[in-house]
Ligand binder design. Structure first.
Ligand code: G
Ligand code: G
Ligand code: MN
Ligand code: NA
Length: 253
């Protein structure tokens, strides 16, 4: 009950922040960042999204909060561009309510225009389970977003309700290989084979693969051997504040 009260009060306040985790290319350069929301709850401290996103969705607050996330990401892309650090893509995580909101593409395009975001620079991550409540609407929204220059990723790929028939209908650029496959790929040859198979499937469909939760050099090497395109995880960096992410970019510029 207190959580609900505090969360309602927090929306529209300055208590939220985006943290950024880099996605690395095979050559070690930075391909972009994933934006991950944090809530600095008064008297409590930093709250991780798993502890408030489901409630925010239930309370109907997530459309508003999700819009703030997209706007904040656009501002950060513009800030890095204007600081001479280049066009650095940022991926935001979508929620079910956004994927059932026909108004989403237009307000995303308005924000992209306002902040002069180039095509391909704003990315959106969604899980296949988010599409379940209204698949036709979700697919239509995704096609509009993609047509307007938003890059799309399937998050947590391989878990939940993966459906190969959807995969063909979705205008998706990236598959994000779930952390659970990455964890075992360096120790279990069967998991490495599975990863290699997913990479081959993705590449056949003209998609790139991002490995999530890469924590060890062995996992990195195994995934590289499997032809993985991008790597994200604690091996490279934890999610960090905007300031720390800027320093991370500058140190590799
Ligand atoms: O930040 P962390 O690594 O703890 O993220 C936990 C989960 O919260 C992930 O599944 C991530 O997709 C989700 N998440 C993080 N930021 C956002 C956000 O801005 N919006 C939504 N809907 N989910 C988010
Ligand atoms: O579901 P999604 O992929 O959006 O979730 C990202 C979550 O994964 C965040 O909570 C982030 O903190 C976490 N994460 C990122 N890198 C690693 C990692 O290398 N290991 C583990 N265990 N978690 C990670
Ligand atoms: Mn994600
Ligand atoms: Na994930």
């Amino acid at each position: 009950v207190e959580l609900e009260r505090d969360l309602r009060a927090a929306v529209g306040s300055t208590e939220f922040a985006l943290f950024y985790q880099p996605k690395m290319r095979r050559d070690g350069s930075i391909a972009g960042f994933e934006a991950l929301i944090r809530w600095n709850r008064p008297g409590v401290g930093m709250v991780a999204p798993d502890n408030f996103i489901p409630l925010a969705e239930q309370l109907g607050l997530l459309l508003h909060l999700g819009r703030w996330v997209i706007e904040q990401a656009c501002r950060q892309i513009a800030a890095w561009r204007d600081a001479g650090l280049g066009t650095i893509p940022i991926a935001v995580n979508l929620s079910t309510s956004q994927l059932t909101s026909a108004a989403l593409p237009d307000y995303v395009f308005d924000l992209m225009r306002e902040h002069r975001i180039e095509a391909g620079c704003l990315e959106m991550e969604l899980t296949e389970s988010m599409m379940m409540s209204d698949p036709d609407l979700a697919i239509a929204i995704l096609h509009r977003l993609r047509g307007g220059g938003v890059a799309l990723s399937i998050d947590d790929f391989g878990t939940g309700f993966s459906s190969m028939s959807y995969l063909r209908q979705l205008p998706v650029n990236y598959l994000k290989l779930d952390r659970s496959f990455v964890q075992n790929c360096a120790v279990d040859p069967k998991d490495a084979d599975l990863c290699a198979g997913i990479m081959a499937l993705a590449h056949k469909l003209d998609m790139h693969v991002v490995a999530e939760g890469v924590e060890t050099a062995e996992q990195h090497r195994t995934l590289t051997d499997c032809d993985c395109d991008l790597f994200q995880g604690f091996l490279f960096s934890r999610p960090m504040s905007a300031r720390a992410a800027t320093e991370f970019l500058q140190s590799r510029h």
